[in-house]
Ligand binder design. Sequence first.
Ligand code: SAM
Length: 311
Amino acid sequence: MEYSTKISERMWNQPDKGELEAEREQTFIDDIVQKAHIEKELLSSLDGIETAFDGGAGSGRFSILLAKHGIQVTHFDISQPMIDKAREIAEKEGVLDRITFVRGELENLSAYEDKAFDLVVSFDAPISYTYPDQERTIKELVRISKKKIIISVSSRLGALPYLANPIQKNQFILDANCDNSWVQWCIASKDQMVKNFSFSKDKLLETYESGLLCDVEETKKAYDNGEVPWSISYHFMPDELENTLKECGVKNISLAGPGAFARTLPNEILVKIMNDPKQKEEFLDFCHMYDSNPYVCGMGKDNLFAKGEIV
Ligand SMILES: C[S@@+](CC[C@H](N)C(=O)[O-])C[C@H]1O[C@@H](n2cnc3c(N)ncnc32)[C@H](O)[C@@H]1O
């Protein structure tokens, strides 16, 4: 097993992971924007789709949505807490009979035949966590798809501003008075983060060239010492993702950068928009359109989104 798989397995199998992931849209506005974008894309892609594979399906944000639209879904993930949370939500939503839960790693999809599913999806970076196997993973996902593939991976151009902004998540806090521990940590540590920060051109250049935010050897060492480091995540350039899909024979590819528009607005304005249902709906529609413009796709907040057809 590659280090990245072992590291992912340990991190994503932390007992609280399922619960934390399921709370994301209640706490952070960038997550609301990203989910709305993917949801719109998914719901407009379901013609002729009866079966779907969701790779790295997490707590079921999209697998359950697909099941609610009558699709037979294979919910595939490396993490048992994620699968347990998804099963609990699927039961509440009355769609358990339309979902097959499978614990497994994306690095090994040999159990599935060519063109096994009408639609293959993988959202919010599971493919990036398969580093250094990310390209082979995409090829395998394309192999098991019969009609369409829709994915989102970590974005290199989108992630670089993180390295120059340790308080980037504060911009997207929905309710500063909520009791979510991450939100409270962001608020409490903001001043200290700014004080400790210094800009390093070399650090940014390293990520710009490698697509990696972390030091791989340090991460491996931490894993070997029994720690729980963040998964190694490979960040794609837009042309690189598009070319990989093209090489696998995917046609009619379009890319997007969910969050590109929202990241231009300050927290006060974003919160105001989110608290008015009419403005929120119009804003999310506009974000979807703006973020789908190929000229901004690299500047999505976290993800680079791609969809295409298998013909
Ligand atoms: C950020 S979450 C996204 C979950 C879901 N796709 C969504 O958008 O809500 C990433 C998911 O990828 C899963 N994951 C990470 N590495 C994986 C791997 N190598 N194989 C399968 N799943 C993996 C994690 O367990 C986690 O559930």
